[in-house]
Ligand binder design. Structure first.
Ligand SMILES: NC(=O)c1ccc[n+]([C@@H]2O[C@H](COP(=O)([O-])OP(=O)(O)OC[C@H]3O[C@@H](n4cnc5c(N)ncnc54)[C@H](O)[C@@H]3O)[C@@H](O)[C@H]2O)c1
Ligand SMILES: O=CCc1c[nH]c2ccc(O)cc12
Length: 494
């Protein structure tokens, strides 16, 4: 498959174990190939009737799935993981075409996806309650049960992986799921739905509805939906929490960030430069946990800045389907303009562009309408600049000098967000002391933006709550039933 040749003609909703056209709709959407600006799919946004049909389909499958033992569910999830591994390159290609990230990175996203399924398949058989002895031979026990029909709502930056991070623990716990991807990236999640069916889940266990805010609202408000797990922006997260609160539905919110990366003068500078680039430029900088506020201790400011600028200028931008490309286009034209707008505003507020920050026009004529820009590093930044305070969600790193540990911790935590943070130092006591003070759900020491599926991921403060990945996520997709057993006679107070 080459850039500029892919279009989707099959339906993009998935219900009852097959692709379907939605039963009703509220307008149409177009999905693009960011590398070329071509429309690759046109689809109808699902209406209330289609959402209800998806819920009914999920309810029917849930009745079968919840009765299976953990080991039976595990075998099917392992088969899904195997198929994803086998079809890695094909899925990664679709992801690259619809999202714009390099094929090199998309392959890793798919690897983390099958690993996530393997991990929860491993945990499915371990779901258990406990036995508690009570006086007089009576006893109690607890059963860990699934919630029912869960809804997943995703962002466009990791379309396939977000759907797996939500559905793998949900299905492992015995739930059914309806997933709504971002309308910008509707394509790859339908491959996941087909893979689950091929692996042997009951038809209707994993359904896909396409659409935007209206479709998402129908899902959150549906009376038979037991839980909503959302990945996206803070304003949408607030709305989802409000809607879900009306039905007292638990929510998991994976929201945005403006994370600090603190580089002390005693660090290994080569690793710190690599870490800062990993923290800012994966997926064109469109990553929620990016360490975009790079605090550098003054003694090494010039050396660090010179090296990070040099390495950033070497990033190969271009056709994301080429193996040697490391940065593709941004998701769409309006987002590109928004990112460039932050840079312009930064300049007006006194920031200095040290590299990039303008449009990139590839030589290949078929890419001329794509949404490319050169990765940007801003120097002379101050904590109160808009580019330092607000989430840009693009390839823009802000460098901020600091002098002392106390000062940098105060500044690093001075944000309403709390998703991630990082520290580079060779002093292990300092590393742990700093991490203990950082107000962030995910902290990295001497690395950044690695996501092993065994570790929980999620935010503090306005970056959300609940966790994805790790053992703890079982608790977010299950509930505890207490059974109290009397072995003697009832001692009534009446
Ligand atoms: N913390 C994380 O794990 C994480 C991961 C990826 C992206 N993000 C954040 O997501 C944002 C970018 O993604 P986005 O632009 O797709 O976010 P977004 O909030 O605009 O949309 C996310 C999803 O919510 C849906 N939606 C929009 N309005 C809705 C409503 N009223 N009710 C129900 N659903 C609704 C969208 O259609 C989409 O599927 C950034 O802020 C980024 O930091 C966070
Ligand atoms: O963009 C944020 C980090 C991230 C990377 N992959 C996934 C999958 C699911 C998420 O909720 C967040 C993320």
């Amino acid at each position: 498959m080459s850039t500029g040749s892919f279009t989707v003609s099959q339906p993009l909703n998935y219900r009852g174990g097959k692709r379907v056209q939605p039963a009703d709709g509220s307008g149409t959407e177009e999905a693009y190939e960011p590398a070329t600006g071509r429309v690759i799919a046109t689809f109808q946004c699902s209406g209330e009737k289609e959402v209800d049909l998806a819920v009914q389909s999920a309810k029917a499958a849930f009745k079968i799935w919840r009765k299976k033992s953990g080991m039976e569910r595990s075998r099917i999830l392992l088969e899904a993981a195997r198929i994803i591994r086998e079809r890695r390159d094909e899925i990664a290609t679709v992801e690259t075409i619809n999202n714009g990230k390099s094929i090199f990175e998309a392959g890793f996203d798919i690897d983390i996806s099958w690993q996530c399924l393997e991990y929860y398949a491993g945990l499915a058989g371990s779901m258990a309650g406990e036995h508690v002895q009570l006086p007089g031979g009576s006893f109690g026990y607890t059963i860990r049960e699934p919630l029912g029909v869960c809804v997943g709502i995703g962002a466009w930056n990791y379309p396939f992986q977000i759907a797996v991070w939500k559905s793998a623990p949900a299905l492992a716990c015995g739930n059914a799921m309806i997933f709504k991807p971002s309308p910008f990236t509707p394509v790859s999640v339908v491959l996941l739905a087909e893979i689950y069916t091929e692996a042997g889940v009951p038809p209707g266990l994993f359904n896909v509805v396409q659409g935007g805010a209206a479709t998402g609202q129908f899902l959150c408000q549906h009376r038979d939906v037991a839980k909503v797990s959302f990945t996206g922006s803070v304003p949408t997260g607030k709305k989802i929490m409000e809607l879900s609160s009306q039905g007292i539905k638990p929510v998991t919110l994976e929201l945005g960030g403006k994370s600090p990366l603190i580089i002390f003068s005693d660090c290994d500078i080569e690793n710190a430069v690599k870490g800062a680039m990993m923290a800012n430029f994966l997926t064109q900088g469109e990553v929620c946990c990016n360490g975009t506020r790079v605090f550098v201790q003054r003694e090494i400011l010039d050396k660090f800045t010179e090296e990070v600028v040099k390495q950033t200028q070497k990033i190969k931008i271009g056709d994301p389907l080429l193996e040697n490309t490391r940065m593709g286009p941004l998701i769409n034209r309006s987002h590109l303009q928004r990112v460039l707008g932050f840079i312009e505003q930064g300049k007006k507020q006194g920031a200095k562009v040290l590299c990039g920050g303008d449009l990139y026009i590839p030589e290949d004529p078929k890419l001329k309408d794509g949404y490319y820009m050169k990765p940007c590093i801003l120097g002379n930044c101050k904590d109160d600049m808009t580019c330092v305070k607000e989430e840009i969600f693009g390839p823009v790193m802000s460098i901020l000098p600091f002098d002392t540990e106390t000062e940098v911790l105060e500044r690093a935590n001075d944000t309403t967000f709390g998703l991630a943070a990082g520290v580079f130092t060779k002093d292990i006591q300092r590393a742990h002391r700093v991490v203990a003070e950082l107000q962030a759900g995910v902290c990295y020491i001497n690395n950044y933006n690695v996501s092993p599926v065994e570790l929980p991921f999620g935010g503090y403060k306005m970056s959300g709550f609940g966790r994805e990945n790790g053992r703890v996520t079982i608790e977010y997709y299950s509930q505890l039933k207490t059974v109290c057993v009397e072995m003697g006679d009832v001692e009534s107070v009446f």
